[in-house]
Design a protein around this ligand. Structure first.
Ligand SMILES: Cc1cc2nc3c(=O)[nH]c(=O)nc-3n(C[C@H](O)[C@H](O)[C@H](O)COP(=O)(O)OP(=O)(O)OC[C@H]3O[C@@H](n4cnc5c(N)ncnc54)[C@H](O)[C@@H]3O)c2cc1C
Length: 408
């Protein structure tokens, strides 16, 4: 047999191609370099954690345990998270479930993340109890709710602080939660303060960090931190904790004997339609934003009006005089936190991406499939902006016409 060292071009190709299904398995084995020396792949390997996030496998645990890396096909499959169960709770941490349009707000998800941290840290079996008024259009499976008390009916929907306070008082009487956590924003912030008065406790407001025995809360117009003891009623700021991501939660219903809600002294006259163009960008929930890739400006304005979106723009679109300066999104413009941000013909420069860091869902419309906005987006449409906006408007018009004919 010849002593000649033969190279295997296919093996070398697999070693270079990280997405190849056998890459992990083969690249962990030492191979011979061109000089015949044994070489080990110095690059750390990666695997997928239970939440579906890619993680570096520095200890090479995946191959040791016989787990092969997921192929790109498998990666797109749904990862089933382990179920977190609290079988017989001995204590509760109550969280007011703040919703917008029938979905939990991202602020509320942060508060639930904090509640789960508190529950897990306790020796006693403790469940996170979500208290919800009205209907929900999404599943609570991943949000961090172990038990759910949901009440529906017009007495609880809209702006009903008196009925909500009464509900909280009944939960307090029946289950006596260890802590009450509220997002410190909107109506939930008001309700938390109302409950504190009813319970006669001093609430902790603007809380952004819970430590072992103390908490940190913002003060002095957000420029100062104060440290104080925990309170039974805590109102937490956004990003107080990471939202839950590692488990599925039961959200099993809790049945309580509730008395009928009191007669409200306040009358909710419903929401008033406002012109989306009048909403300050920082507060807008739905933004259609234009960049250098928009060439038909009347069409862009028409699309924003039809979708009911507030208009935003990249700096180039503003500098070119197509949009006013107060509509610029980004590091030197406005930092926005919309639930949906549609970027039309925006490349995704770092200064622009900084401004949309807090947006929940980003949709990119662009000709360039490799641009940074496409990497940031949850959904992308590749093509000419004018054609895509025209198709989008046609769809919206068709849907509206359908709704009108259904109603007739
Ligand atoms: C100090 C400093 C501060 C800055 N601050 C900001 C800021 O606050 N906000 C900001 O936005 N920028 C800011 N910038 C500018 C930033 O660096 C970019 O130049 C700018 O964001 C690019 O804007 P754009 O994506 O609209 O344009 P371009 O970079 O020109 O991108 C245009 C995009 O449109 C796509 N496109 C072209 N034609 C079409 C078509 N027909 N259909 C669909 N897509 C198409 C292209 O593929 C491309 O992705 C700042 C720069 C500096 C130096």
């Amino acid at each position: 047999m010849s002593d000649l060292i033969r190279r295997d071009p296919r093996l070398e190709w697999i070693m270079r191609n990280r997405l190849h299904p056998r890459h992990g398995e083969l690249s962990n084995q030492p191979t011979r370099g061109p000089t015949g020396l044994l070489r080990k792949n110095p690059r750390p390997q990666w695997q997928y954690g239970p939440s579906g996030l890619r993680r570096l496998d520095r200890l090479n645990m995946s191959s040791a345990a016989g787990v092969t890396q997921l192929s790109s096909k498998k990666r797109s499959e749904q990862v089933v998270l382990p179920l977190h169960q609290v079988v017989e709770p001995q204590a509760y941490i109550a969280v007011w479930l703040q919703t917008s349009g029938g979905r939990l707000t991202s602020h509320c998800k942060d508060v639930l993340g904090q509640a789960q941290q508190l529950a897990v840290a306790r020796e006693q079996s403790t469940a996170v109890l979500g208290v919800l008024c009205g209907e929900l259009k999404e599943s609570l499976e991943g949000a961090g709710v172990d038990r759910l008390l949901q009440v529906q009916g017009e007495q609880y929907e809209g702006y009903q602080p008196e009925a909500w306070s009464q509900l909280c008082a009944q939960v307090e009487d029946s289950l006596n939660p260890l802590y009450w956590l509220f997002p410190d924003s909107g109506e939930a912030a008001e309700l938390g303060r109302r409950l504190s008065v009813a319970l006669g406790v001093r609430p902790a407001t603007s809380v952004w960090k819970l430590e072992a025995d103390k908490l940190l809360a913002r003060n002095g117009a957000g420029n100062q931190d104060i440290s104080r003891p925990w309170s039974r009623v805590m109102l937490l700021l956004e990003e107080c904790a990471l939202p839950c991501a590692e488990y599925r939660y039961e959200a099993s219903p809790v049945q309580l004997e509730l008395s009928a809600p009191c007669r409200s002294r306040l009358q909710d006259l419903g929401q008033i339609a406002v012109d989306p163009a009048e909403i300050p960008l920082a507060e807008a929930e739905f933004i259609l934003s234009a960049g250098n890739g928009v060439h038909d400006w009347p069409q862009f304005h028409q699309a924003a009006a039809l979708l009911g979106a507030s208009e935003g723009a990249s700096r180039v679109a503003v500098d070119d005089g197509h949009m006013p300066r107060n509509r610029q999104v980004g590091a030197t413009g406005t930092w926005v936190s919309a639930r949906v941000y549609i970027a039309v013909g925006i490349s995704g420069a770092v200064q622009h991406l900084q401004g949309i860091g807090k947006c929940e869902k980003v949709v990119a419309i662009n000709q360039d499939a490799d641009c940074d906005m496409v990497k940031r987006a949850s959904l992308t449409t590749i093509g000419d902006s004018s054609e895509i906006l025209a198709a989008l408007m046609a769809l919206v018009e068709a849907k509206s016409a359908q709704e009108v004919s259904d109603a007739a």
